[in-house]
Ligand binder design. Structure first.
Ligand SMILES: C[S@@+](CC[C@H](N)C(=O)[O-])C[C@H]1O[C@@H](n2cnc3c(N)ncnc32)[C@H](O)[C@@H]1O
Length: 315
């Protein structure tokens, strides 16, 4: 199973894995922005992919399904929103249950989510048996908020005193994403768990001697290659998380059940860890494979270069 990418629904796929076989999970499941009135299944994923292909809209930035850009907020809307959250939580609990079974005691689970919905994931994962350790802040820069600018709206409908509402909007500029950090309960204590399962503690002293805080900033994916996937995370951030969460040890496997374009898997591979990725959308599997291959190619060419240099120096 290790170093493989599996196409399928992670809830079914994880059922086939051995109990207590995974050392760490770093993942980025779909956020709950567009759950409303829609089933989170293959058909829905396909609909969103087509939407991305058809327009320049990034699903990540415009929660069109939720009408967050300023639609009607009546009782029915709030009820649907509430039901949608409940549905999302049940879904998170389902995959959380499977993940819990396959993780070793002490295994850290880092889950990216939005500031608005991370609490739902947290409660669901706790219901599945995990213990919450922290909510890490992934600080990133963002553009102008897409919410309602009331002055502009009033001007459009010819309201006489629109200026009086200058500077009033429906939301903040969102500058951070949450990384929920949970853990499968320890066996009695940290040291005992570390000896038995190889995980449980965090490497909190950085290379420069500083103590790592729970705010992560300065990571960007701007300089990295872009893929046909709308929510690619910075590989440098994922590498940092791996280094903090998992001791490098031959038997430690990192899983990403919502692999997307495969950032976690590529980061794990580049750092020399074993990995398993699951992705429901088959077209993303090709992206993952090509990213992993590219990495192999680079590694091989680097090795070849090194070998030729060694040969040159030796002759
Ligand atoms: C937010 S993206 C992950 C992006 C990833 N962090 C990256 O850097 O490329 C979430 C992914 O989960 C996949 N997904 C959604 N439901 C799934 C399921 N039940 N099982 C496996 N994958 C699923 C989606 O197709 C999507 O590619």
């Amino acid at each position: 199973m290790e170093n493989s990418i599996i196409n399928g629904d992670c809830i079914n796929v994880m059922k086939k894995f051995d109990e207590s076989s995974i050392a760490c999970c770093i993942t980025d499941p779909p956020y709950n922005y567009e759950f409303i009135g829609r089933k989170w299944d293959n058909e829905e994923i396909q609909r969103r992919i087509n939407r991305i292909h058809e327009s320049k809209t990034l699903v990540k930035n415009i929660p069109y399904g939720s009408g967050l850009a300023g639609g009607v907020r009546n009782k029915r809307w709030y009820e649907r929103n509430y039901n949608n959250n409940q549905e999302y939580m049940l879904w998170c609990e389902k995959w959380g249950n499977e993940l819990f079974r396959i993780c070793k005691s002490g295994a850290p689970i880092a889950i990216f989510n939005s500031t608005r919905t991370v609490a739902h994931v947290q409660v669901a994962l706790e219901k599945a048996g995990f213990y919450t350790r922290d909510i890490l802040v992934y600080r990133r820069h963002s553009g102008i908020p897409k919410g309602l600018n009331i002055k502009r709206k009033l001007e459009k409908i010819g309201y006489p005193n629109a200026n009086q509402w200058e500077g009033w909007h429906s939301c903040f500029r969102n500058e951070w994403e949450a990384i929920l950090l949970t853990q499968k309960p320890l066996r009695n204590n940290y040291w005992g768990t570390l000896q038995e399962t190889g995980v449980g503690l965090f490497k909190t002293i950085n290379d420069d001697g500083s103590f790592q805080s729970n705010i992560f900033e300065g990571y960007s994916n701007k300089s990295e290659e872009t893929f046909e996937h709308c929510t690619v995370k910075p590989i440098s951030l994922i590498k940092k998380l791996i280094k903090i969460l998992v001791p490098k040890n031959k038997s430690n496997i990192i899983i990403d059940p919502f692999a997307g374009s495969g950032t976690t898997l590529v980061a794990a591979k580049e750092l020399g860890y074993k990995y398993i990725g699951i992705e429901i959308e088959s077209s993303y599997i090709k992206i993952i494979e090509s990213r992993l291959k590219q990495n192999t190619y680079l590694t091989n060419s680097t090795k070849n270069l090194q070998n030729s240099l060694i040969t040159k120096v030796a002759t």
